[in-house]
Design a protein around this ligand. Structure first.
Ligand SMILES: Cc1cc2nc3c(=O)[nH]c(=O)nc-3n(C[C@H](O)[C@H](O)[C@H](O)COP(=O)(O)OP(=O)(O)OC[C@H]3O[C@@H](n4cnc5c(N)ncnc54)[C@H](O)[C@@H]3O)c2cc1C
Length: 237
């Protein structure tokens, strides 16, 4: 199960955002919290880049770490499979089958088979004199995408809102949605002024850009319109 810890974050973030806005011309009599809420709501978001969070993320699969890596406006550090012996690798049981004992059993067999092959390749290469480093370097190629990895991830508040918008959406893969929700639950406590009114992209924009791809089980289906309907509306008037 994915675990998230907040390692560091920019202190006095609300004050810092408000101060930055005042340099640009926001009147000094507007309270800091109100300035921040307006920045988020109106998407005057460049000032949010001054606020940075660093998370320790463990128990996520290599598959999902690749999706995390797609978020380029962030800094990424992952555990090396070259330097770590992965013989005892732990792995993610994908959320959709967690409550299906038959599928869990089949999945676990696949993981054990990969572990056996990892060990076989590693041990045989060491016996043949390749050395442990080369053996690790080669054996890791048979690790499954479900293998746990460990991540340190630094991201600014603007980019984090973009990440949450994309990954809290029902269309996102269940494991990264789980990660996004855990991150959200942490940051909304630290800076409610920034994150209280943040959700999936549809929630943030007040219309869903997924259009036909919007999933049937979207919780906002009856409340947030599709982008194509809103955009089409003014074109025809
Ligand atoms: C449901 C879902 C399905 C997906 N399916 C796929 C898939 O099938 N294949 C796949 O490869 N990816 C897929 N992705 C990943 C997706 O395409 C993005 O790569 C990922 O979500 C990162 O988003 P981003 O580019 O906004 O974030 P970041 O890389 O963090 O960028 C943040 C913002 O900075 C700006 N930016 C960053 N780099 C550039 C640039 N080079 N030029 C101009 N502007 C830039 C953009 O405004 C961008 O939104 C999927 C994502 C989701 C949520």
């Amino acid at each position: 199960m994915v675990e998230v810890k907040l390692l560091r974050y920019t202190p006095d973030g609300v004050k810092l955002i408000a101060e930055s806005c005042r340099v640009s011309g926001i009147p000094p009599n507007i309270p800091d919290e109100e300035v921040v809420r307006m920045v988020v709501e109106n998407d005057y978001s460049s000032v949010l880049e001054h606020i940075v969070f660093t998370f320790d993320i463990s128990g996520i699969s290599v598959a999902i770490s690749r999706e995390l890596l797609e978020h380029r406006i962030a800094s990424h550090t992952a555990r090396s499979t070259r330097y770590h012996d992965e013989r005892n690798f732990d792995y993610v049981i994908p959320p959709p089958i967690r409550n299906d004992p038959e599928m869990v059993e089949i999945f676990k067999e696949a993981m054990e088979s990969a572990r056996k092959h990892y060990e076989e390749i590693f041990d045989r290469m060491v016996e043949k004199g390749y050395g442990k480093e080369k053996a690790r370097e080669v054996a890791r190629y048979v690790l499954p995408m479900a293998t746990h990895t460990h991540y340190v991830w630094t991201i600014n508040a603007r980019s984090l809102i973009n990440f949450l918008g994309l990954r809290l959406c029902k269309r996102a893969a269940p494991e990264i949605r789980e990660l996004a929700q855990k991150i959200y639950d942490i940051v909304v406590k630290v800076y409610p002024e920034i994150f209280e009114n943040v959700g999936c992209r549809g929630y943030n924009l007040g219309l869903c850009p997924e259009n036909e791809a919007r999933p049937k089980d979207c919780p906002y289906r009856d409340r947030i319109p599709l982008k194509k309907d809103v955009k089409g509306g003014w074109k025809n008037s």
